[in-house]
Design a protein around this ligand. Structure first.
Ligand code: GLY
Length: 559
C-alpha cells in the first residue's frame, strides 16, 4: 500500500463515515489502537453499519495482521464489554490454554531446574489459541454484521500488504535469531534471514487464507478441518504437543468483571485468568486511605510503590486460573484487608520485599501485547487487550497457516518461585496443568464518574497493571486521555525489589530521596507501554481519544 493509496483510502473512509452519520445510520465513535490501519478498520466497520462490537472484531483481526509482534490468531486476549441498551457488562476470556498433554514439569530438566528459553521459543512454548474463538463469539453474540464483513479489512491488509514501521523493524531486530530458526516463519517476516529494509511491504497470503477460512466457517475454520490439521501437524513436527482434541476443547468463557471504586470513580476491570483487576483494585484500596493530592510528590511515589509491592505480592501467592483454583477474591478486595496492609506502610521507610517473601534476581522485561479502546456516543464500549506474549511470540508459525504462535506457556510458574520473562514469580496457584489458563497481567479497564466514562489499557507484561494504575490516578486528578497515555511511568512488582522508572518519571532529587527511604531504583532502557484510551463526557457527549506517544498508534473520533 503506497502513501497515495493510503491517503485515498482514508479520504474514502472519511466520506463513508460522514454520510453514515448524516443519514443517522452510525453513532459517533472514538477508537484508539496501536496501529493506524487497525483504527481505520474499526471505523470502516462502523461506517458499514456495524456496532462497536463488530468494530472490535475488525480492530482485533487487523492488529493480528498489521502488528504481528503484539497479538494474532495464534494468541489470545480479553474483551471487556459494556452494552448500553441493557447495561450488560461482561468479560470475554479468550486467554490461551495449556495443551492437554502439558504437565507441571514440562520445562524442567532431570534435576528439576528450569530449562532456559524452552517456555519462550518454538512450538512447545505455544498454548492453545483463544483469539479466533473470541472473535467468533464476539461477532455472533454481540455484533450486528456477519463475521465475514468484520474480518474483511484484516483479510485485505494481509492480501495487499502494508508498509512496516520502524518500530516493527526494531522488534524484528531483537527477535531475528529466533525467527530465522524456522524456514517458513523466517520467509514470512525476514528478508533472507535479516530484518527487511525500511518501508518494505509485508504481505501475508497464508494468513489471509486462514482468516478467510475463519470468515467462511466460523470456529470450525480455525479449530477444525484444513487449518486445524496444518496447525497440529506443524506444531508436532516442530516438537510441540498439540492435538486435535485440544482444538476441539477450546472454549472462551464469559466472566463477571472485577468491580470496585476509588475516590468516587467506578472501576471495572479484568477478573482471573488475569491478575489485572484484582491487583489494580487492591492497590487502589490500599491507596484510598491516603490523600495523594495533598501529599508531597516524593512521599506520594513512595506510597504508590509500597501499595504496588503488597498487591503484586498477593498476585504471586494467590492468583491463577479461577477454573482450577480457589481465589480469595473477596478477601483480597475487602477494604478491611487493604486497611491492614496500609497499616504496614511507613511514610519514612521502604519495606524490603524479602520481608514479605524470599528475594529473587532480576530479569528482562518484555513489552509486547496490544490494547485498543472503543466507545460510542451512546456509551457502548470495548476495552481489549490481546497478546501472543513476548514480541513475535514463540517465533514459530506452522507451515502454510501464516499463524504466528504465542509463547504464553511462559506466563505459568514453571517452577514455584522461579521467574518468568517479566521477572514475575508464582506459586502453585499458577502452576502448569492440562487445559489451564496461565495467569495474565492484561488489564482492560473502564472508569466511570457521574460526568465521564473512560476506556483504557496497554501492553507491557507485568507493568501493565501499574501503567493502568498511574492512568487512573491521573484520571482522578481530572486530567484527560492525552495526559493518561503520556505521563512518565514507574513500576514496582514486589520481586525484583526495585522501582523501575522511565527517565522522565523521577527527578534526581526524587531518586536521591527515594533511595534514602530504602528503595532500589533502576532506569528502564527505554520508555515502555503503548496505552490507548478513549473518553465520553456524559454531559456534553464529547468524545476524546488518545494514543500513547511512545508508540505508532492512532486515536480518532468520528468527524
Ligand atoms: N503475556 C502477558 C500477560 O498476559 O500478562
Amino acid at each position: 500500500m503506497t502513501k497515495l493509496t493510503r491517503y485515498i483510502a482514508f479520504i474514502n473512509l472519511f466520506a463513508l463515515l460522514w454520510t453514515a452519520q448524516v443519514n443517522g445510520d452510525s453513532p459517533r465513535v472514538a477508537v484508539a489502537s496501536a496501529h493506524p490501519l487497525a483504527t481505520e478498520a474499526g471505523f470502516e466497520i462502523i461506517a458499514k453499519g456495524g456496532n462497536v462490537f463488530d468494530a472490535a472484531v475488525a480492530v482485533s483481526a487487523a492488529l493480528a495482521v498489521v502488528e504481528p509482534a503484539g497479538s494474532g490468531l495464534g494468541g489470545g486476549g480479553y474483551w471487556l464489554l459494556h452494552r448500553a441498551k441493557d447495561h450488560v457488562e461482561t468479560f470475554i476470556d479468550g486467554r490461551e490454554k495449556a495443551p492437554l498433554a502439558a504437565h507441571k514439569a514440562m520445562f524442567l530438566d532431570k534435576s528439576g531446574k528450569v530449562i532456559p528459553n524452552l517456555s519462550l521459543n518454538g512450538a512447545l512454548a505455544a498454548a492453545i489459541p483463544g483469539l479466533p474463538a473470541g472473535l467468533v463469539h464476539l461477532s455472533e453474540k454481540y455484533g450486528q454484521l456477519t463475521l465475514a464483513e468484520s474480518l474483511a479489512p484484516a483479510i485485505r491488509y494481509a492480501t495487499n500488504g502494508f508498509t512496516i514501521t520502524e518500530r516493527h523493524r526494531r522488534m524484528l531486530g531483537s527477535n531475528v535469531e529466533v525467527l530465522k530458526k524456522d524456514r517458513y516463519t523466517s520467509a514470512i517476516f525476514l528478508s533472507h534471514g535479516s530484518v527487511p529494509k525500511s518501508f518494505s511491504i509485508l504481505k501475508q497470503p497464508d494468513l489471509a487464507n486462514t482468516l478467510k477460512q475463519l470468515a467462511e466457517s466460523g470456529r470450525d475454520g480455525f479449530y477444525d478441518g484444513e487449518v486445524a490439521d496444518k496447525l497440529v501437524n506443524g506444531v508436532r513436527k516442530a516438537g510441540g504437543i498439540w492435538s486435535q482434541e485440544d482444538l476441539d476443547a477450546y472454549q472462551v468463557v464469559e466472566r463477571k468483571p472485577i468491580k470496585g471504586s476509588y475516590q468516587g470513580i467506578t472501576i471495572t476491570s479484568a477478573p482471573p485468568s488475569s491478575s489485572g483487576g484484582i491487583v489494580l483494585l487492591e492497590t487502589l484500596n490500599i491507596l484510598s486511605g491516603f490523600d495523594l493530592q495533598k501529599i508531597d510528590e516524593i512521599i506520594r511515589k513512595h506510597l504508590i510503590t509500597e501499595a504496588m509491592r503488597r498487591a503484586y505480592h498477593d498476585r504471586a501467592l494467590y492468583l491463577g486460573d479461577a477454573d482450577f483454583i480457589d481465589i480469595p477474591t473477596q478477601q483480597l478486595l475487602s477494604l478491611d484487608y487493604a486497611a491492614g496492609l496500609r497499616s504496614t506502610i511507613r511514610h519514612d521507610k521502604a519495606l524490603p520485599s524479602n520481608y514479605l517473601s524470599g528475594d529473587m534476581p532480576e530479569q528482562n522485561q518484555g513489552t509486547q501485547t496490544t490494547h485498543f479502546s472503543i466507545i460510542d456516543e451512546d456509551d457502548n464500549r470495548v476495552a481489549a487487550t490481546l497478546s501472543i506474549n513476548t514480541a513475535f511470540g514463540a517465533g514459530f508459525a506452522p507451515e502454510a497457516t501464516g499463524v504466528l504462535l504465542n509463547n504464553e506457556m511462559d506466563d505459568f510458574a514453571s517452577l514455584e518461585g522461579a521467574m518468568n520473562v517479566y521477572g514475575l514469580v508464582g506459586a502453585a496457584a499458577n502452576s502448569i496443568a492440562p487445559g489451564k489458563r496461565m495467569l495474565s497481567s492484561m488489564t482492560p479497564t473502564f472508569l466511570e464518574t457521574p460526568e465521564r466514562i473512560a476506556v483504557l489499557g496497554t501492553p507491557g507484561g507485568s507493568r501493565i497493571i501499574s501503567m493502568v494504575l498511574l492512568g487512573i490516578l491521573d484520571f482522578a486528578k481530572g486530567n484527560n486521555p492525552d495526559s493518561w497515555v503520556s505521563i512518565p511511568r514507574f513500576h514496582h512488582q514486589f520481586m525484583p525489589d526495585v522501582i523501575e522508572y522511565e527517565k522522565a518519571a523521577l527527578s534526581q532529587d526524587e531518586i536521591t530521596k527515594l533511595s534514602t527511604l530504602g528503595h532500589q531504583l533502576k532506569e528502564t532502557k527505554r520508555n515502555y507501554g503503548d496505552m490507548q484510551a478513549v473518553q465520553l463526557n456524559k454531559l456534553t457527549k464529547k468524545l476524546t481519544a488518545s494514543s500513547d506517544p511512545r508508540g505508532v498508534g492512532k486515536a480518532w473520533v468520528s468527524p
